[in-house]
Design a protein around this ligand. Sequence first.
Ligand code: 3PG
Length: 212
Amino acid sequence: MTPEQQSRNTRALCELAPVIPVLVVGDATRAEGLATALVAGGLPVLEVTLRTPAALDVIRAMAKVPGGHVGAGTVLTPDDAKRARDAGASFAVSPGLTERLARACEEIDLPLLPGAVTASEVMRAMELGYSMLKFFPAEAAGGAKSLKSLAGPLPQVSFCPTGGVTLQNAPDYLALPNVVCVGGSWIAPDADVAASDWAAIETRARDARTLR
Ligand code: 3PG
C-alpha cells in the first residue's frame, strides 16, 4: 500500500469521529470492556500505544470488538509495525516519520499516520507521499495557532493533532480547515481503566463525540 493510499485510508478513519482515544493499557483483561465502552460512546477508532508489555495482547482483544477500528500507537520501527499488524492492528500511528518505517508500512500494507510538526517535517512527509499526518506534540509545539499557520503554505495536508489536547481545547483544533480529528488520552484515564469504570469512559466518549 503506497503512502498515498495509506493516507487515504487513515483520513477515512479520522473522519469517523472527532476524537481518537489514545490508550495506554497495562492489563489486557481490561481491553474488551474498554473498547466496548468507547465504541458504544461513539468513538470507534482507537489507538493502543505500544508502551506497555500488554499492548499487543490489548490490540488482539480489541480487534475483536464489533464496530471498532484498532490501531497501534508509538510505532517507531519496522518491527513494531509488523508486530502490530500481526496482532490485528488496522493502522499505525507514529510520533514522527522515518523512511524505513514508511517502507515497512508500504511492504506490509499497514496504513501509517506519521507525526510531523515543522514545515520541513511536513514537506518531507509529503515527498514520501503522505497527506494525512499527526501533529505531535500539539500543545507543546504551539497548539492550534501553529497548526493554523501551516494551513497557509501547506493546505494539501491534513492533521490529527495529539499531545495535550483536552475536551476544552479540542474545539480550537477542530475549527481549523486542516484538522480532521484530534487524538487524546483524556477519554480513558488510568484510574477509570484500572477500576473498569466503563460507564465513566462511555460518558466521556459521548461528550467527545459531540465536539463536531
Ligand atoms: C501520546 O502519544 O501520548 C499522545 O500524544 C497523547 O497525548 P495526551 O496524553 O497529551 O493526550
